[in-house]
Every structure is written in structure tokens, then in C-alpha cells.
Design a protein around this ligand. Sequence first.
Ligand code: SAH
Length: 391
Amino acid sequence: MMRGMGPSVSLTRRGEDRVRTGHPWIYRSDVAEAQAAPGDLVRVTGGRGRSVGHALFSDRSEITLRMVTLGTEPPGAAFITDRIAAALRYRESLHIDATAYRLVHGEADRLPSLIVDRYGDYLVMQALSQGIDRRVPDITAALVELIRPRGILARNDPRVRQLEGLQQTVEALYGEVPERIDVREGTVHYTVDPWHGQKTGLFLDQRENREAALRYARGRLLDAFSYNGGFALALAPKCDPVLAVDISEDAVARIRENAARNGAAQVEARAMNVFDELRELERTGARFDTIVLDPPAFAKNKASVKKALSGYKEINLRALKLLEPGGFLVTCSCSYNVTEPMFLDIVAEAAADAHAEVSLVEKRSQGRDHPILINVPETYYLKCLILRKLA
Ligand code: SAH
């Protein structure tokens, strides 16, 4: 293609180096010149006007370019449909024993900033950049053709859309999407609210960790930061009694509903701040054989890492004190800014302070339907350690 024929963006030397590392995000500071409109598919050029790839352009975000191909060839006209189809084939190959899981995980499916989750016969999607937002009609058509869902909901309410100058909206794009959808994960049935639930309705990234935890769970279970009862219900077949704690009254109402639906009469749900509840449990001499800690991201950015670490340390320290020797602690962090080595360190400090001898049974991350790109550290956000307290 000749220069100046279509929208194009030229990079600085540093920008070109960045493309070479395999990272698909190019920041504004690494862009030399842009001739493009919001959401355009642009040719990306380096030194002497050489093509280095094609990308989706944003005129608002600090992330100006999201690479979709490398080299000189532009992506084919049907690249969105092709990539969605590839993402679906991968999910089929996983033989997921659930009716709710992630179909498209953005960058890791070569569809930067597009999320598509399946909830039974319905799909919930998020378009998190100008380039993807402009292509929502094409994406919707591709999903209808490939999956034939009963409805598609756009959960375009995440705040990151503001950074792209996009409106925050929630709307049905296709068919009708009910307020409640019944889904199954293994043997557990959940009712999901795709319109108002957190994320797109459930924490699908923890599904495999719930499965893994079931291998060890036993006895008295504490599920802290339970949301709709994900871990509590997954582990209930092997645990009695079960205490699920979440600060949100809504979440607790859902835990009770889901527990009743699954015949898990031993589940008690409390609307409490976990920090307070752990202290109270310690004061009353409570003990558990299995504990799950799955807090929200304590470190939303680099500046809050130090405070986040002290939060992680506190809950892990208290949980290890409440845990019986021989018991299991499933402890998670979904803060990208707290890396796995940092998380391991802080849990080790907590163990030392709790005078607990602890072994690492499994080191896990988000489920395989939320793939990690090895050249894109941002895609590795969820850490899940399964620990055993020896004494
Ligand atoms: N374990 C869940 C997901 C947890 S998400 C699952 O497997 O589905 C984190 C949850 O922590 C949210 O539901 C949020 O309401 C809750 N939360 C946040 N801060 C809290 C606090 N201080 N005490 C108790 N719950 C809290």
C-alpha cells in the first residue's frame, strides 16, 4: 500500500521497539504522527515509512494503538469474525463443564478490548475501546451467526469507556435478555443478573479455581468475599458448616437464594465487612478447616500497592490463625499491580507472623478461558494460591 492512501500512524523509534516486543498497546508518547479518525483501522509505520503492522486507533485513550496484525499485510476484511470463530474453537477444545464461561478475552484472543461471556443461551459483551465500539454491529452479527444466542447484552458500563470518550450504557443489542439467567457450573446452579451483576454477572475467571479447591476442601468452611456464593456453593458438597461473608446485602441475598436452590442448607450467609468479621471470629475462638479469601482488587493502580499489601497481609494473617492444622487456605489476589512474587512474599510474611508452618499446594491463575499472553504482563492479573497449614 502507498503512503497516504488510508489512515496511518507513524511511531517513534521507541514505539517501533515496543511493537517488536510483542506488546499490542502503543501509548500516545510513542506516536510521532497520526492521520486517523477515532476507531479507524490504521496502518502503523516505523522508520522510513516502513509498515510494522495494523492497529485500531483511539484519539482519546493514552493507549493510542491496539495492534491487530504485525508485518506489512493488513488484516483480512473478515478478521473480526475469523478471530471470534478461533476463540470459540479454543473454548470448545477446553470441554468446560459449565454453561457460563468467557468466549472472547480481548488481547488474548487477538481482539483487543473486546469481552464476550456466555451465560447459557445468552451472551454479554463489553466493547472497551473506540476501535471495538465502532465495530459492535459487525461483532453482533458475527456472534449471532456463529452462536445463535437468544439475546446479546452490551454491558458497556465499565469506567474505562470514559477514557475512550465513550458513553457508559447497558443495552440489549439482539433479542431479549432477561433480568435473570440460570446457569450451571459443574453441579452447582446459579441465578445470574446480567444487567446489574458485577463484571458481566459472575466471576467466571475463578471457575477453575473453585473446581481445584474442591479437591482439598473439607470440614468447616469460611468463604470470605463470597459475592453470590461462588466458592461456598462449589465447596458445599464437602463442607459443613459453611459460612459465607460479603459486605454487600444484595450479594448476601443472592447467596441465600443460590444456597436454597442447590439444597445447601448448611450455608450461612452474613453481610459483614470481612476485616471486622475475621477479628470477631478470632475473638470468639472460631476455627475452620478450609478458608477462601477472594477479595476485590485492593491495588487498582501502582500508587495503592503499599496499602493493598497491608490489606492482603492482614486478611491472610487472620485466616491462618483461624485455620486448623491440616487445613487448607485458598487465597487470591486479582490486583494486576500486585505480582505473583509480591503476593507470595506477603502471604509468607503473614504465615511467619501467624507462627504457622505453611506449604504451597498449588499456584494457580485465572481459568484457561481467560488466557494470559506471555508478552503482555497486564493479562496475568489473577493469582490463586492453595496452601496447607502444617502446624
Ligand atoms: N469469590 C467470589 C467473587 C468475589 S468478588 C466468586 O467466586 O464469585 C469480591 C467481593 O468482595 C464482592 O462481592 C464485594 O461485594 C466483596 N467485598 C468488597 N469489600 C469487602 C469487605 N471489606 N468485606 C466483605 N466483602 C467485601
